[in-house]
Structure formats: structure tokens, C-alpha cells
Design a protein around this ligand. Structure first.
Ligand SMILES: [Zn+2]
Length: 408
């Protein structure tokens, strides 16, 4: 059965759009058919469904079942009764003694909002003792006892944790409410079960972490422990040799320069990406690469950056306009759950940022990086219908303007 979206705004023109079989079948001034469902668009903009270029679906699902401690660790006391407590969004880095004082009797693990650090209390450390290795990722005190801080430890921690079914479908609903109809999951090194679960979702998911996939392959550089140049070079060269681009996580000046040096030697794949590019002293060096940025970090973490980022890096933090001016392709994204998922908040942040105002871009530029392709005959019916014309939405970006996403 076909559907007719009447009186919608497509690229500035008010038209009717017929959907059939998950595709756009016709665009023009169209007469409704007897058997078709008609939606009155009332002049609202019809956009391609938005694509978030960098997020983490499993972590988003897990965050839905977690205690948000972004406003302070005291929130852990409000956890539902039961076994493990999982906290997310912590602003501070604390050891097990601090957590023991808050929750002495249940295992607690708290994720720093950077995503790279887990902090466990003593009860939790006892539960996971058999997966703690001798690497520097397990911080230890002078007596050799774990302090509770575990760096980049997700994969090694998982076997020791209780299994819970992540609510991935709940995440997909959340995406649709915001107008997002496809995503790129940037989690590195997914196992077979994870690849199957994400590929089976009712939304197209590009997987940077699928070891056997053909999307750019996520390489996570550990910022406090960068790999030797030769190791990274060999890994990038091997990935390119399989015809696959790389997507390299770079949040420091050092990691970016290391990556650029490696790409200079091994050559660039046209789809190579830099994830975050948090500090870019010389935008011109990134020409030919795609930068996947997170404009909302600058607004939601601005105070932390002002305090923690060195004076030499601060003027180069999360560039956007400067990269575009240098001819670099830039796409905006959320990095949810570590940044706000809402693309309309991201667009607003790109336009209004206070930190580095010279890096502002207009709302239309930021939004267009979320739009895969155009609304045209043959394109997917994964669309995003707004309540208002596009100009109005760009003047005041807000998720409440999304009327409906996807008709597949
Ligand atoms: Zn990420």
C-alpha cells in the first residue's frame, strides 16, 4: 500500500511525495489514490532521515539501565535494589575508597564520561579479580593493590560481569523520535554476537568495529599510551591493503600528529576518517580526510575544557569552521552516550558555541552533514518530516519539531 505525503517542503518547494515499497515513488503535484494513506504535511520540511556518524549503540542501551552520576556520585545511593550498580557520566576520577564510602555493600562500577575509565568499589573488585591483568590499565597503589581505576577495560571486564539483555530496540525508538533513521556505530573490535545483534536492528547500522566488514575500520589510539609508530603504520597499511579505510580516534595533538605521519607514509584511502579531531593545530594537514566531530562536547563540557585543556591546545579545540575553510570534509555526530544524542542540540551547539566562537558554523551547514543524500525519486522512505519549514527549524533547532521519521 502506498502513502501520500501531501504539501511537504522539499528543497524549498512545496510538493506531494508518494512512498511505495520503502522508496520514494513520485514527487510532484499528485492526486490521492482511493486506497492510499494520506498525510497532510501542512508545509513542513521533508528531509532524508538523519544519519548520526558516530555513536555507540550497546553503550546507549546500557546507559538506559544505569544511574546517571553526571551531577555527582551521590546519585549512586538512589540505585534500585539488587546486585551490581552501574553508574555513567561521572565527571570525577575517584578510587575504590571513595566509592566504598558511598556504597559499601554492593558491587559498583562507574564509568567516567570520557568512556575510557571504569572506577570500581572494593566489592566490585572482588567480583572481577580473576580478569585483572598486570598491565598498566589496572592502576595499583604502592602495595600493588588495585585502586579501582581500570583504563580501556570494557572487553576484558565483560566476562566477569552479569549478563543483561541490552534494550537496543528502545534505543532505535529514541533515534526515530529525534529524526535519525540510520547510524554509524563507532565501537571498535565488535565480536560476532555484537555484529549480528546490531546488523539485525530495524535501522541501517554502519559498523566501524566489524572485523570482517567493509566500512572504515575503527582504530582506537589510547591517549595515555600511544602505540609505537611502526605498529600503527603496519596496522593502517594492512587495513588499506584489504581495501578498507581507517577511522582513527584522535583526541590529542600527539595522537593526531602520529596518525597524520603514518598516513603520509602509507598513503590515504579516500574514506579515511579522523574521529573527534579534538585538537587540530594545522587544519590544512587534514585535507583529503573526513573529520567526524562532536560540536556538543564544546557546549556541554566547556567549563571542563577551560580548566583542563592547556593554553596551547585551547584555541584549536574541536574545530569546525576552520576545517571547512581549509577544505576538509567535516561531519557532525553525537558520540552518544558520551555526548548528547539529540542532533538538534548538536546543530545548535555548532552554531552557538561560546568556546572558540571563530569555529562556529551556521545551522544549515551542521544539519546538512547529518543528511545522507537527497529527497528524490528512488531514494529510501527513511525520511524525517518536520512540523515546520526548514528555515524555521534552522532558526530554532529543537527535537520537538520532528513530526515523524521513517515510513519503511
Ligand atoms: Zn566514540
Amino acid at each position: 500500500v502506498s502513502r501520500l505525503l501531501r504539501d511537504v517542503e522539499v528543497e524549498g518547494r512545496r510538493v506531494d511525495v508518494r512512498l511505495d515499497g520503502g522508496r520514494i515513488a513520485e514527487i510532484g503535484i499528485l492526486t490521492p489514490r482511493a486506497d492510499e494513506e494520506v498525510v497532510d504535511g501542512r508545509g513542513g520540511a521533508l528531509l532524508p532521515g538523519l544519519h548520526d556518524h558516530h555513536l555507540h549503540l550497546f553503550a546507549m542501551a546500557a546507559a538506559r539501565a544505569s544511574v546517571d552520576v553526571g551531577e555527582g556520585l551521590g546519585g549512586l545511593r538512589n540505585a534500585e535494589p539488587g546486585g551490581w550498580i552501574r553508574g555513567v557520566g561521572a565527571r570525577e576520577s575517584v578510587d575504590r575508597h571513595v566509592l566504598d564510602a558511598l556504597v559499601p555493600d554492593r558491587p559498583v562500577r562507574v564509568q567516567h564520561r570520557s568512556g575510557g575509565l571504569w572506577m570500581l568499589n572494593s566489592a566490585a573488585l572482588r567480583e572481577v579479580a580473576h580478569v585483572l591483568d598486570d598491565s598498566s590499565d589496572v592502576e595499583r597503589d604502592e602495595r600493588g593493590e588495585p585502586t579501582g581505576r581500570l583504563w580501556r577495560y570494557d572487553a576484558r571486564l565483560r566476562p566477569a560481569l552479569p549478563t543483561t539483555e541490552p534494550d537496543l530496540l528502545g534505543v532505535v525508538d529514541e533515534l526515530h523520535l529525534l529524526g535519525i533513521t540510520s547510524v554509524t556505530d563507532a565501537t571498535p573490535d565488535l565480536d560476532g554476537d555484537a555484529v549480528r545483534a546490531l546488523s539485525g536492528l530495524p535501522i541501517p547500522v554502519t559498523l566501524l568495529g566489524d572485523p570482517g566488514g567493509d566500512a572504515p575500520r575503527k582504530l582506537l589510539l589510547r591517549d595515555h599510551d600511544l602505540p609505537p609508530y611502526d605498529d600503527l603504520r603496519d596496522e593502517v597499511a594492512a587495513t588499506h591493503a584489504r581495501g578498507r579505510a581507517v577511522a582513527v580516534h584522535c583526541v590529542t595533538r600527539e595522537s593526531l600528529l602520529l596518525t597524520l605521519a603514518v598516513l603520509d607514509e602509507v598513503g590515504r584511502h579516500p574514506d579515511d576518517r579522523i574521529e573527534h579531531a579534538a585538537v587540530v593545530p594545522v587544519p590544512e594537514l587534514l585535507r583529503g580526510l573526513t573529520v567526524v566531530t562532536q560540536p556538543a562536547f564544546v557546549t556541554t563540557r566547556g567549563d571542563d575544557y577551560r580548566r583542563d585543556v592547556g593554553p596551547h591546545d585551547l584555541p584549536h579545540l574541536y574545530p569546525y569552521a576552520g576545517l571547512l575553510a581549509a577544505g576538509v570534509r567535516v561531519v557532525a555526530s553525537s558520540d552518544a552516550p558520551y555526548g548528547p544524542l539529540d542532533p538538534w542540540e548538536v546543530v545548535r551547539a555548532a552554531r552557538d558555541r561560546e568556546l572558540g566562537p571563530h569555529e562556529r558554523v551556521d545551522a544549515g551547514t551542521a544539519l546538512s552533514s547529518y543528511l545522507p543524500g537527497r529527497v528524490q525519486v528512488g531514494a529510501s522512505a527513511r525520511l524525517c518530516l518536520l512540523h515546520v519549514p526548514l528555515a524555521e527549524a534552522l532558526a530554532d533547532p529543537d527535537p520537538g519539531l520532528v513530526r515523524r521519521a521513517t515510513w519503511t
